[in-house]
Design a protein around this ligand. Structure first.
Ligand SMILES: Cc1cc2nc3c(=O)[nH]c(=O)nc-3n(C[C@H](O)[C@H](O)[C@H](O)COP(=O)(O)OP(=O)(O)OC[C@H]3O[C@@H](n4cnc5c(N)ncnc54)[C@H](O)[C@@H]3O)c2cc1C
Length: 425
């Protein structure tokens, strides 16, 4: 039986790892990239703290010596439900079972100017672009005579006070502060140019009060300008316009807020709901279809009694859904009963700065150094590849102890090369 999995993120890869031993299935993974990566650490790539290869792993390496696993590099164009096929930009594939695990993309809430000119951080490419952009702006600042433009180049506005925004602002303040002091003598006030803007009244909205207060306290102490109850309304001529009327001049608006599920053309319109998520039943089968499943961020499941409004779009939900669907498909083919999905919430964490993190565990919350150590540990475990784990531990030790990672390199693919890659593909 042929299973086609579209998307090799947390959900897709955990599904494949859990079903590969069942040799009744031939599994093809379709992904637009040739590697799996770990989004929770993207902000560390964007802030030049770790290398992209620390958090990514090639699919073909993962599939070595697995006879029933294949990789197809391509982007989904559409599902042909009645024909049991999918079209990708690199060919058509047929399936007996289709598993959709494409995750989400950045949501700009209809603001075209923000979409065109802000810097998102959802992929490795975007994180590297962001890193280059900030480093280039710093190079421009040191040559800048025009003091009026200097502020715009130095100011970094991070939109979104969730874990990604908080972690990125904290990392910029810590690292940027140390590095700027040592390497850019012309920039004396790096930290005071970092703004963290959040539409809600607190940072880390879904977390505990302890976590929210700690995040605001630590960031403010580091010199970050925390602006609450203000949403970004527009980004025009190098100025961010906030809902409270304030404007901030900046050439770096970092968009760390808002996601929307990736589009899957070809599915019946009644299965798509808010946030463009795909409605699934308790076994992750897409409603009104016979053999199509959706797992992870892209699906919307209201059958779990503790999550009647759907699950949060988090890595653990995606991992657990991927694993259960694998077991259920094996059971279904053996004529056994399937198990419905119940999310086991193991808690949430965020790192705020060096040696400071917050952790909300199911029974209690805590903060500080031990939360930071736990955060490091938790983020090592799910990384794919022993070498990646070791490389990351080394990078962290080096960078945290010395405050001096050596990744502040501006690599830019030539425009002719970018065009050739596109044409060849
Ligand atoms: C910056 C950032 C920080 C985060 N931090 C945390 C955190 O600390 N804790 C936490 O629990 N969660 C965090 N999340 C959320 C977490 O990453 C997601 O919940 C999780 O990745 C969802 O897994 P998924 O498999 O559904 O989707 P993804 O992991 O997004 O995987 C989707 C896959 O589909 C592929 N794909 C996309 N479009 C196509 C296409 N058209 N054709 C083919 N392939 C395609 C992509 O290349 C990717 O491999 C973070 C997310 C981001 C972006």
């Amino acid at each position: 039986m042929k299973i086609v999995v579209v998307g090799g993120g947390f959900a897709g890869i955990n599904f494949i790892k859990s079903i590969e031993s069942d040799k009744r299935f031939e599994i093809t993974l379709v992904d637009k990239n040739n590697y799996h990566f770990f989004p929770p650490l993207l902000y560390q790539v964007a802030s030049a703290f770790i290398e992209p290869s620390n958090i990514s792993y090639p699919f073909r390496r993962m599939f070595q010596k697995k006879d029933n696993l294949r990789f197809h590099m391509g982007s989904l164009i559409q599902v042909n439900v009645s024909e049991n096929t999918i079209d990708t930009d690199t060919g058509t594939l047929s399936y007996d079972y289709l598993v959709l695990a494409l995750g989400t993309e950045t949501n700009y809430f209809g603001m075209e100017s923000v979409k065109n000119d802000s810097l998102p951080m959802k992929t490795i490419d975007e994180a590297l672009h962001l890193r280059n952009h900030i480093l280039l702006n710093m190079e421009k600042v040191v040559r800048m005579q025009d003091t009026a433009r200097r502020d715009g180049l130095l100011n970094i506005v991070v939109a979104g006070g969730g874990p990604t925004g908080v972690e990125f602002a904290g990392m910029l303040a810590e690292l940027g502060g140390y590095i700027a002091a040592k390497e850019y003598p012309e920039i004396k006030d790096f930290r005071s140019h970092i703004y963290l803007v959040n539409s809600g009244p607190v940072l880390l909205g879904p977390m505990s009060k302890t976590a929210q207060q700690e995040a605001e306290k630590v960031l403010t102490k580091l010199g970050v300008n925390v602006i609450l109850n203000a949403a970004v309304k527009d980004y025009l001529n190098g100025r961010v316009i906030l809902s409270n009327g304030r404007t901030i001049e900046t050439e770096a608006l970092i968009w760390a807020t808002g996601v929307i599920a990736r589009e899957v053309p070809g599915l019946p319109s009644q299965v798509i709901t808010r946030g463009r998520r795909i409605i699934v039943d308790a076994f992750n089968k897409v409603v009104d279809t016979a053999n199509i499943f959706a797992i992870g961020d892209i699906c919307y499941q209201t059958t779990d009694p503790h999550f009647p409004e759907g699950h949060p779009q988090l890595a653990q939900v995606a991992i657990q859904q991927g694993k259960l669907l694998a077991k259920n498909l094996s059971r279904a083919v053996s004529g056994q009963e399937q198990k419905s999905f119940h999310y086991n919430d193991k808690g949430s964490m965020a790192i705020i700065s060096k040696y400071k993190a917050v952790a909300d565990l199911p029974k209690f919350s805590f903060k500080g150094f031990f939360a930071w150590v736990l955060w490091l540990f938790i983020h090592i475990i799910p990384l794919i590849g022993f070498r990646n784990k070791m490389k990351l531990i080394f990078s962290w030790m080096w960078s945290f102890i010395t405050n001096d990672p050596t990744l502040r390199l501006i690599f830019r693919p030539g425009s002719h090369q970018k065009k050739r890659d596109k044409d060849d593909f």
